[in-house]
Design a protein around this ligand. Sequence first.
Ligand code: HEM
Ligand SMILES: [Cu+2]
Length: 552
Amino acid sequence: METPDSIQLEAVKRSKGLEWLMTVDHKRLGVMYICSGLFFFVVAGIMASLIRIQLAVPQNDFLPPDTFNRMFTMHGTSMVFLVGMPIIAGMANFLVPLMVGTRDMALPRLNAFGFWIFLFGGCLLYYSYIGGPGLYGAGSAPDVGWFAYAPLTSKAFSRGHTVDYWALSLILTGIGSLATAANIIVTVFCLRCKGMTMFRLPLFVWMMLVTAFLMVLALPPLSAAQIMLLLDRFLGAGFFDTQEGGSAVIWQHFFWIFGHPEVYILIMPGFAVASEVIPVFSRKPIFGYPVMVAASIMITFISLGVWAHHMFTVGMTSVANVFFATSTLLIAIPTGIKIFNWLGTMWGGKIRFATPMLFCMGFLFQFLASGLTGVMLAIVPFDWQLSDSYFVVAHFHYVLVGGLLFTIFAAIYYWYPKVTGRMLSEKIGKMHFWIFVLGFNMTFGVQHILGILGMPRRIYTYDTDRGWDLWNMISSIGVIFQGIAILLFIYNILSSLRKGKEAGPDPWDAWTLEWATSSPPPSYNFAKLPEVKSRRPLWDEKHPDDPDWRHE
Ligand code: HEM
Ligand SMILES: [Cu+2]
């Protein structure tokens, strides 16, 4: 009914800015998630650069020691919870409804709620720089590492409120991620268009679905641990206090029961992107679709049972060590299968080396490297030597940057035309790629050597007689290249908004449903809901003489 009030509300809604603030459209929320994630990426990247400046030369005092601790804590926490998670949520939000051929997520309001509570949580974490000192005048941002080990987080060792901010803000972003996960699951199960059986889902959707299940299983243990931590700190509950009959190691169990699956929550969407981009740019359907689905499900299950490989050095029984080492090694099997299938897709294909494909190929190499060092670290005696050394820092940055960040770049180059209607510059894209590859491998490659030479992680500075000087210098210079590449990337994103080539609905000659609608898609996505007969509906449309469904 058109009351004067509702007419007024409509007018307000139509003003551009408010339209975005009030939106429940999955595409706009997706874009908002990704932009917030990229914003925090720049902030956390600046922190990483400051850390690397401090470590560039021995006995440096560029940063005070306590600031250094805050930097690596805020860097790690931000990269995981405020960069990786929201960008993944953003990609899923934008693409899943389009790919399954529907008009929105199943629960659009929950979707908007999830975004805002995530953003609030992120702001709260950074507000700790102002509010953190609390009553005692100690500290500002949290300084306990992204995993916040007990008993460092107890009242006795962390005065002020910095740890409270860490726990509260992550409980909030966790609620946001659960909202996204629930939405993905319900959308995929309930809103697929006609003919879209589970085995015709694009692999991107399958892997996001599996990721959503992992989120639902893994995030609650973290929230539970954080609530216990707050109870310890405010009410003296003593869960993690050995003096009170609690256990410090139990924090590690809770944290890593979340923390290890979290790594797969972060990397599976990377797999999802690679599984869409590689076939399109190799001009071949994905090799071994059912095996890819099975491998994703296997990874989910196994990843829930490997958490204590982060705890080989806390003094578990050897039976426990053997169990967790074995389960960790097992996970290499489905992961290896995936790598073979991507290579199998490229094998004999007519490969187009466009920027999205370049980033996916970079991902393949670098992720393989991280897998190999991962297998090494799963060997318990090897880990005893290298745990908490720079070898581990190198390993997990190869996972997170080589695996997640490279595929995020691939995704942005691939889907930017769909989101904005314009192409990114290929020329700048290729410069971005090569400079970033160089910088990334310079920064983190040599950290394997630093680790083997015995440099511990999270140290503020070091003496000159250890043989670490040269490698640290190389590692820090690499950051300059990474920085230049990121500036090129940001320039590309902003300038192409106006100047980019018009994309049209399907610039890459792709096969999945998001390319069947205009770029950018209208708010209702599809004028008429699509109907599909195979895994590559657009192929069928473009090749009526030889459609896929004839072979299925
Ligand atoms: C792209 C450039 C990046 C650089 C130059 C960089 C650099 C660093 C440095 C120097 C540290 C401190 C290591 C130590 O002393 O223990 C660190 C820690 C960390 N980084 Fe990064 N990083 C980058 C990207 C990322 C990304 C994309 C992620 C995750 C998605 C990430 C996650 C982490 C985590 C979880 C820690 C551990 C923090 C802790 O010990 O509490 N980093 N990084
Ligand atoms: Cu792990």
